[in-house]
Design a protein around this ligand. Structure first.
Ligand SMILES: Cc1cc2nc3c(=O)[nH]c(=O)nc-3n(C[C@H](O)[C@H](O)[C@H](O)COP(=O)(O)OP(=O)(O)OC[C@H]3O[C@@H](n4cnc5c(N)ncnc54)[C@H](O)[C@@H]3O)c2cc1C
Length: 359
C-alpha cells in the first residue's frame, strides 16, 4: 500500500487547478488521470472559449489545457502525476485502487478530491448501436485530436452549445451537416453559435427527434419525426436523410461512480445534469475529507470547473493543515468569480440546481 496525503482523481481543468492551489499552499498531492494527456475535455476543444477573461475567454480550449498543465508542472516536488492510470475503486476509509500498467495499485490517502468530469447522455431509438452513430465527444476526439473525419454526410441531434460548436467544426473539416434537429421547441445553445451555423446554410429544426436509424453494416439513413407540444410524435411528419454518420449531442451527465461507491449522499437534480453528490459548504461530500468539484458535481462549464478546482484545492489543503498564505483573499476572489460566472445566460438554472444540491 502506498501512502499519500491528498489524491486528486481527474486531471481536467478542475483537478489541475485543485492541484495547483494545493501546491501553492505547500500541500503535496498525487494527481491521477486515465488519459495519457492531461486537460480533460479541453484537449479536444479547438474553439475559442466564451466567458470571463480571468478564465481564459477568447483562448482555445487546447491552449487553456496546455497553460493549466504548465502551471501544475511548475511544482514537480509537490505534485506527482500518474497518467494513463484509472481509479477503479474508492472506499470510505479513503483507500483508492488504481489500474496502471495492468497492475492494481492501492493508495491510502488522507483526503481525496473527485474531479472526474462527465459522460455523454445517450438517446434511445431503433438501431442506435449501428456503426457511424457517435456521441459529440467522440466526434470531437476523432476530428480534433486524431484528425479523422467521422463521415461525409451527417445529421446532428441536439442544438445545445456542444451540438452547435461541433456542427461548425464538422463543416470546417469539410463534412456536410445536413441538419441539426432539436427535440425542444427552442434552440438550446447561445444565439451567437446558432446564427453562425445558420449563416453557413445549416437548417436547425426544432420540435424534432430521431426515430430510427437504418443500415446493415453501418448507418445509411435516418428517419426523423416532428414532436407536438406534449412531445408526442406527429404522424406523417417523418423525414429521411441519407447519412454515413450521426452525432448525438444531447447533454452531459456527471460521472459519479466513485461518489456512489463510497456511499456518499446523492440527489437527482436535472438542472445539474442528473445524479450528483450532495455538497457540504466546504465542498466535501457527505463523507468527511472526500471532496468533489467540476462537472463531477454538476454540469457547468470549464470556466466554473477551473474556479471550483481552485477553491476545492484551497479547502482540502487547509483541512490537511496547509493554509495558503493568501487563503482569505483567494477564497473571496474565487467565490466572487464563481458568482459572476453564474450570472451568465444559464445562471438561473445552475443556481436553482445548486440550491437543491447543498446539504
Ligand atoms: C464540445 C464542448 C464545448 C465546450 N465549450 C466550452 C466553452 O466554450 N466554455 C466553457 O467554459 N466550457 C466549455 N465546455 C465544457 C467544459 O469542457 C467542461 O465543463 C470542463 O472540461 C469540465 O472540467 P472537469 O475538470 O470537471 O472535467 P473534465 O474536463 O471532463 O476532466 C475530467 C478528467 O477526469 C479523468 N477521469 C475520469 N474518470 C477517471 C477515473 N476513474 N480515473 C482517472 N481519471 C479519470 C478524465 O480522463 C478527464 O481527464 C465544453 C464542452 C464540450 C464537450
Amino acid at each position: 500500500m502506498i501512502n499519500k496525503d491528498l489524491v486528486i482523481i481527474g486531471g481536467g481543468p478542475a483537478g489541475l487547478c485543485a492541484a495547483k492551489m494545493a501546491a501553492e499552499a505547500g500541500q503535496s498531492c498525487l494527481l491521477i488521470d486515465r488519459n495519457r494527456t492531461l486537460g480533460g475535455q479541453l484537449i479536444k476543444q479547438t474553439h475559442m472559449f466564451f466567458g470571463s477573461e480571468k478564465q481564459f475567454a477568447k483562448t482555445r480550449g487546447i491552449d487553456i489545457a496546455n497553460k493549466l498543465v504548465e502551471d501544475v508542472r511548475k511544482h514537480p516536488d509537490l505534485i506527482e502525476i500518474w497518467d494513463d492510470a484509472t481509479v477503479v475503486g474508492l472506499y470510505q476509509d479513503k483507500v483508492i485502487t488504481v489500474l496502471k500498467n495492468e497492475l492494481y495499485i492501492k493508495v491510502q490517502s488522507k483526503a481525496v478530491i473527485i474531479s472526474t468530469g462527465a459522460s455523454e447522455k445517450v438517446l434511445a431509438f431503433e438501431n442506435n448501436d449501428l456503426p457511424g452513430i457517435y456521441g459529440a465527444g467522440a466526434v470531437q476526439t476523432l476530428m480534433n485530436v486524431y484528425g479523422v473525419k467521422p463521415g461525409s454526410r451527417i445529421v446532428m441531434v441536439g442544438s445545445g452549445n456542444i451540438g452547435l460548436i461541433v456542427s461548425y467544426q464538422l463543416m470546417q473539416a469539410g463534412v456536410r451537416v445536413l441538419s441539426i434537429i432539436e427535440a425542444s421547441p427552442k434552440i438550446g445553445g447561445y444565439k451567437v453559435h446558432a446564427s453562425k451555423i445558420r449563416r453557413l446554410g445549416i437548417d436547425i429544426v426544432t420540435s424534432c427527434t430521431i426515430k430510427k436509424a437504418i443500415g446493415t453494416e453501418a448507418v445509411e439513413k435516418i428517419v426523423t419525426v416532428k414532436l407536438d407540444e406534449k412531445w408526442n410524435e406527429v404522424p406523417g411528419s417523418e423525414k429521411e436523410y441519407e447519412v454515413d454518420a450521426v452525432c448525438i449531442a444531447v447533454g452531459l451527465t456527471p460521472l459519479t461512480n466513485l461518489q456512489s461507491m463510497i456511499g456518499s449522499e446523492m440527489k437527482y437534480i436535472s438542472e445539474l445534469g442528473g445524479l450528483v453528490p450532495v455538497i457540504y459548504p466546504n465542498h466535501e461530500t457527505s463523507i468527511e475529507n472526500i471532496f468533489s468539484c467540476g462537472d463531477a458535481s454538476g454540469i457547468e462549464e470549464a470556466s466554473s470547473a477551473i474556479v471550483e478546482g481552485y477553491i476545492t484545492g484551497l479547502l482540502a489543503s487547509k483541512k490537511l493543515g496547509n493554509v495558503h498564505p493568501r487563503y482569505d483573499e483567494l477564497m473571496d476572489e474565487y467565490n466572487t468569480q464563481l458568482n459572476n460566472l453564474r450570472n451568465g445566460p444559464f445562471g438561473d438554472k445552475i443556481l436553482n440546481g445548486l440550491k437543491k444540491q447543498g446539504a
